[in-house]
Design a protein. Sequence first.
Length: 196
Amino acid sequence: MRHRGATEPPNGEPLLEHAAATAGVAVATASDFVPLIHQPVFERTVWQINALIGGSLMQGKTLAQVWAMALGGVLVLVGLVGFLVEPSFAIGDSAQRGTLILFDINGWHNVVHLLSGIVGLAMAGTAAKARLFSIGYGIVYVLVTILGFAVGDGGLLLSLIPINTADNVLHLAIAVTGIAVGLASPVGSIRRQATA
């Protein structure tokens, strides 16, 4: 028999609704926005994430807002750290490339990361803007992925930005995730439940 912790929902209560009630917010269920995701697994995952962060970060935020904040923050950080690895702005045949973890970067690539991150953080403020960012950024990254695979491993996008297969795979994952998150998020903000 499994021991139920104090933060576990009572028998029969769906996990997402329990997490929302605990945090004092109204949350639409996964079936309202993402009919293709298996709801119990999705609800348990959201509940576990919410419990880990104490419910305060996502309180009143849509999934697109959390995605825009998280992706924006990571992109700004990657852009800043990237300048420590490879700050060169050379172009064409003289373009230099550094490697950050597995990914090719240079000064131009770092600027793209910084600007994209700043836009993501700026648009995370409202549900509608975050949804637009998630879908729009996803569509742009589908195009970037196609161009990246077209120039090939070790190529340069627009004769400026070094790209490798790891970049292309990451760009594709970001594109698919962004579009899915945007489509799964409501246009309006999540409203707090009235306390009775």
